[in-house]
Design a protein around this ligand. Structure first.
Ligand SMILES: Nc1ncnc2c1ncn2[C@@H]1O[C@H](COP(=O)(O)OP(=O)(O)OP(=O)(O)O)[C@@H](O)[C@H]1O
Length: 356
């Protein structure tokens, strides 16, 4: 797995080496290795139950390792024999159940981890952090006097106030409506970038992952399948699972013709990398909706199976002559009815083929 974040000479901020975790005798996380550079924002993305939270808890120090090791700032903090307690790791965290102290006002909640600061510095830090998150003037409120979005901001402020160099976030926006979610993740990204704080955020929402992170880690069944930029994960998915899970797309059946060509229901396709698979063997070609364009009479014939208007674009499901279906995103001024014949062509910027 590529590890583009480590610069020679400087240890990564966080490094996981071949980490495995067991819960109740079951292997929940397996063979996970990646590293995070100072200030880097990363997301762990994957379906429910794939082990994202367990991995985050292992980094925080709430989950023991069954194998491998975790290092922070070049120093090992956990291995199979045990590890540093969470409070000794110097990382901030915001978990799903954000759990503000209900009996403490906002300023006391945010100042909770600031015992080592002098009184005046502590008050200044609380005010600065609240201002950063747009919470000016709410210092004296109790949590129950705040909206859900404000409570979420206070929880973020509390974790940011000690100025950790790494923040761990488990679905921190899950209780917010779609609009607040986008606003808060955009603001949080800006704040973290401004302060140079790295973050590892767990989500099963790919828009959130694309919008927040520099680097995405896609997990499935306890394993990290790919660790890379959003662009790479989308356009150069490492496995068929990543291709299907991230973005909309279909895998079209293909047959290897020779080292540089495959045959599909829409004709022969040139592959950029030499095909390792033997001629005649089965493979699959990834087609994203943005790989399919309308064509004027040329191209291949399809039948519209479903159309979903999305404003600027319409998302179509198109059936090919052999019954296979592909997805297409066309400008919405082109209107095709279900059952209509539509000519389409491929405009493949990245040809992704998975050998079976
Ligand atoms: N305390 C526990 N006891 C038993 N099984 C557990 C426990 N905690 C987690 N698991 C199991 O471990 C697996 C991974 O859980 P985890 O919470 O890490 O997944 P996740 O990817 O974060 O899921 P989600 O997106 O739904 O939060 C699941 O199958 C879950 O049922």
């Amino acid at each position: 797995m590529s590890d583009s974040t480590t610069r020679p000479g400087t240890p990564p901020l966080l490094q996981l080496a071949d980490v495995a975790c067991d819960i109740a005798g079951n292997r929940i996380v397996e063979q996970v290795s990646f590293s995070l550079a100072p200030g880097e924002l990363a997301c762990l993305l994957g379906p429910s139950g794939c082990g994202k939270t367990t991995l985050l808890r292992a980094v925080a120090g709430f989950q023991a390792l069954a194998h491998g090791s975790i290092a922070l700032r070049g120093r090992e903090v956990a291995n199979v024999r045990g590890g540093d307690a969470p409070e000794r790791r110097g990382v901030g965290f915001v978990f799903q159940d954000l759990a503000l102290f209900p009996h403490l006002r906002v300023d006391a909640n945010v100042g909770f981890g600031l015992d080592t600061l002098a009184r005046g510095d502590r008050a200044a830090r609380i005010d600065q952090t609240l201002a950063l998150l747009g919470l000016d003037g709410l210092q004296r409120r109790f949590p129950h006097e705040l909206s859900g979005g404000q409570q979420q901001r206070v929880a973020l402020a509390r974790s940011l106030a000690p100025q950790p160099d790494l923040l761990l976030l488990d679905e921190p926006f899950s209780s917010l409506d779609a609009h607040l979610r986008v606003n808060l993740r955009t603001e949080l990204r800006e704040v973290l970038k401004r302060l140079g704080i790295a973050a590892l955020l767990v989500t099963h929402d790919q828009d959130e992952a694309f919008g927040f992170a520099d680097t995405l880690g896609v997990m499935h069944a306890g394993r990290l399948l790919q660790w890379g930029t959003g662009f790479d994960v989308y356009h150069r998915p490492a496995t068929a699972f990543v291709a299907k899970f991230v973005g909309e797309g279909r895998l079209l059946r293909a047959r290897v013709l020779d080292a540089s060509r495959i045959d599909t229901a829409v004709g022969a396709i040139l592959t950029p990398d030499a095909m390792q698979a033997a001629p005649g063997s089965e493979a699959h070609l990834l087609l994203r909706p943005d790989d399919v364009r309308p064509a004027n009479g040329d191209g291949f014939e399809t039948t519209v199976v479903a159309a979903s208007f999305r404003g600027a674009e319409t998302f179509y499901t198109l059936r090919l002559h052999n019954g296979e279906e592909i997805a297409a995103l066309f400008p919405s001024h082109l209107r095709y009815a279900v059952g209509q014949t539509v000519h389409a062509r491929l405009d493949l910027q990245h040809v992704v083929v998975f050998a079976d």
